[in-house]
Design a protein around this ligand. Structure first.
Ligand code: SF4
Ligand code: SF4
Length: 408
């Protein structure tokens, strides 16, 4: 695709980056069937190819409108199109760039700005979010059903933290909303890692990974949070931690991207690359062989429908990894249709685009339930909560299912 940056982008690093990214798209349309929003609306401008065209227009100086912003807002950033594209178009980077441009050129109405700022502030502060969640849980029985389904019952955390000193240690990221919503996930991870001879520690001074601000148009705030986390992670690595581990695939993907996001910050670039290189999803530090000897004691693990978060399969490219771990732990994976389809969660998308989000959830749950599972497993707190709110079956993090195999 020929692109000539204009409208202030000519001779700029951003213009050159846009040109390099857009150049690879050959308009073939192979990405269209993979795109969840295109499959629902049937509108070319809700497809990857259509959005790329809108971004190209902005890069070339054509005036953007509220319609441009609407079609970019509808994108889930699931990156299924990246996995489907034979030309290697880095759509994830393109949509980030397109959103930056549209935020600058088409200011949002005050109500939208306030909502987005509020979501960023509340969801990225674990104490504030935890206090609001507990208040919601206290009045949950009296809330209307639509609201009640969004608020999980209070979970008691198990004492899964390692009390044994191990030679191997990793930092286990807490995340922002997960400790309040599902504290059992990191407890289960600590429990399994402890049994494998790996101690876990928390990150002193952990901030939100920045994904929330990054996707809601607060790029500078996201970069500041990334810098604070880079400092804290480097201190932990210097003190002997062998890696940074996340049980939330969206947060892990963001931290793995710090090296790129801070590449132009001379004070942080090298340390950010170090942190990204040391970051692993939990599924990357456990091997199926680690679990098999325990699974041998279990005759019948549960029948599990596996929902691969987009951030795990398209973002981190870790498809197949958790499936192998669940099977090694004695579970039976039930067949599901459309394993690459987004569930509609996508961070705050479920709040900002409820109609599209709920339709995707309906389709995803129907596909997951077809194989008659006993439980649905996933790898990201956002997907878990989104599916749980409408699922007739329990929805759990895969490490909780595996941890049960380790319990007496
Ligand atoms: S993004 Fe890839 S698959 Fe989609 S139209 Fe462009 S080249 Fe084709
Ligand atoms: S990221 Fe997902 S929703 Fe967005 S264009 Fe690509 S496939 Fe469609």
């Amino acid at each position: 695709m020929y692109v000539q940056p204009s409208g202030g982008l000519e001779q700029t690093a951003r213009g050159a980056e846009a040109q390099a990214l857009l150049r690879n798209c050959v308009h073939c349309g192979f990405c269209l069937p993979a795109c969840p929003t295109y499959r629902i609306t049937g509108n070319e401008l809700d497809s990857p190819r259509g959005r790329i065209y809108l971004i190209k227009q902005m890069v070339e100086g054509t005036a953007a409108t509220a319609t441009t912003r609407m079609h970019l807002d509808r994108c889930l950033t699931c990156r299924a199109c990246e996995s489907a594209c034979p030309s290697g178009v880095e759509y994830g980077r393109l949509i980030d760039l397109g959103r930056e441009l549209v935020e600058e050129r088409v200011p949002r109405p005050p109500s939208q700005r306030t909502l987005r700022r509020g979501l960023t502030e509340i969801l990225s502060r674990p104490r504030l979010f935890g206090a609001l969640l507990r208040a919601g849980q206290a009045i949950r029985p009296w809330l209307p059903a639509s609201l009640r389904s969004r608020i999980p019952a209070r979970q008691a955390a198990r004492s899964g933290a390692s009390t044994t000193l191990h030679a191997r240690r990793v930092v286990l990221l807490d995340g922002c909303v997960q400790p309040g919503l599902q504290p059992g996930i990191n407890d289960a991870a600590a429990h399994v890692l402890d049994r494998l001879g790996i101690g876990v520690e928390r990150l002193a001074g952990e901030q939100c990974c920045g994904a929330l601000g990054h996707h809601l148009g607060h790029a500078q705030r996201a970069l500041d949070q990334a810098r604070r986390n880079v400092e804290a992670c480097c201190a932990a690595l210097d003190a002997g931690a062998e890696g940074i581990v996340s049980t939330a695939s969206a947060c892990g993907l963001m931290v793995k991207d710090y090296g790129r996001l801070l590449a132009d910050d001379a004070a942080y670039a090298e340390r950010a690359r170090r942190v990204s290189a040391a970051t692993r999803d939990l599924a990357e530090i456990i091997e199926p062989a680690d679990l098999r000897h325990t699974a041998a004691r279990r005759t019948n693990g549960p029948r599990v429908a596996w929902q691969a978060p987009c951030t795990l399969q398209h973002g981190q490219r870790l498809g197949g990894r958790v499936e192998a771990l669940l099977e090694a732990a004695g579970c039976t994976l039930t067949p599901t249709r459309e394993p690459k389809l987004c569930c509609g969660s996508a961070g705050t998308y479920s709040l900002l685009q409820p109609a599209l989000s709920q339709e995707l959830r309906r389709r995803k749950l129907a596909a997951l339930l077809e194989g008659d599972p006993q439980v649905i497993a996933t790898a990201n707190i956002g997907c878990l909560e989104h599916l749980r709110a409408a699922s007739p079956l329990p929805v759990r993090h895969w490490i909780e299912v595996v941890s049960d195999a380790y319990s007496p």
